[in-house]
Design a protein around this ligand. Structure first.
Ligand code: GAR
Length: 221
């Protein structure tokens, strides 16, 4: 049985999708704790309702990133994690913290990395005029929004899309790819070779959420 600790900063819908999939698909794992850097994160309520221990480590109470990350590490390690999952966790992590969880920390980023790291990814995608947008689950490495890619989900950008409409459609896609990637990890099915992540036995590491009138080639059918 593997222990998963999930870090959130807000809504926590990806956390919720992972908790539900872990329960309903009977993963060889349990969500041991949810940690938030904000006491008012709505996701904490879902966790409490599911009997999952919650911890709040408010970054505002620490003098610097190192002190904050040290407090987080102690709180996380109290739950003996096999995997740390960043689910909308909006703090930049110190290299020491990232190194401590090397190979056992995943993140979801709302873009098709390596395009559009950082913030406001949907705005960045629209401004760049991309025709496909998406989300990426990746291992966390010290470089922000980089790291070996476990799975990507993509959707077609529609005429009239706004950052908000893209974010909403993409979230549904995130709720499919993130639980799947976490499940692969807890089932010991991920191998990283030269920075490339493979799943054993092989399965598609991508998911397409194309709109109803898009053909497979993107040409209306
Ligand atoms: C998700 O869209 C996730 O991809 C993004 O924050 C949202 C959290 O939603 N993460 C990042 O931007 C990380 N840089 P949720 O709290 O409902 O899961």
């Amino acid at each position: 049985m593997k222990n998963i600790v999930i870090l959130i900063s807000g809504r926590g819908t990806n956390m919720e999708a992972i908790v539900r999939a872990c329960e309903s698909e009977r993963w060889p794992a349990r969500v041991a704790a949810i940690l938030s850097n904000r006491a008012d994160a709505p996701g904490l309520q879902f966790a409490a309702e599911h009997g999952i221990p919650t911890v709040v480590i408010d970054h505002q109470h620490y003098p610097d990133r190192t002190a904050f990350d040290t407090a987080m590490r102690d709180a996380i390690d109290a739950h003996a994690p096999d995997l740390v999952v960043l689910a909308g966790f909006m703090r930049i992590l110190t290299p020491a913290f990232v190194d401590h969880y090397a190979g056992r920390m995943l993140n979801i980023h709302p873009s098709l990395l390596p395009s559009f790291p950082g913030l406001r990814t949907h705005r960045q995608a629209l401004d760049a005029g991309v025709k496909l947008h998406g989300a990426t689950v990746h291992f966390v490495t010290p470089e922000l929004d980089h790291g070996p890619i476990v799975m990507q989900g993509a959707l077609d950008v529609l005429p009239g899309d706004t950052p908000e409409s893209l974010a909403e459609r993409l979230l549904a896609c995130e709720h499919i790819i993130y639980p799947r990637a976490v499940r692969w990890f807890v089932e010991n099915r991920l191998r990283v070779q030269d920075g490339i992540v493979h799943v054993h036995p092989a399965e598609p590491q991508w998911f397409l959420a194309l709109s109803a009138n898009a053909g497979v080639a993107g040409i209306p059918s």
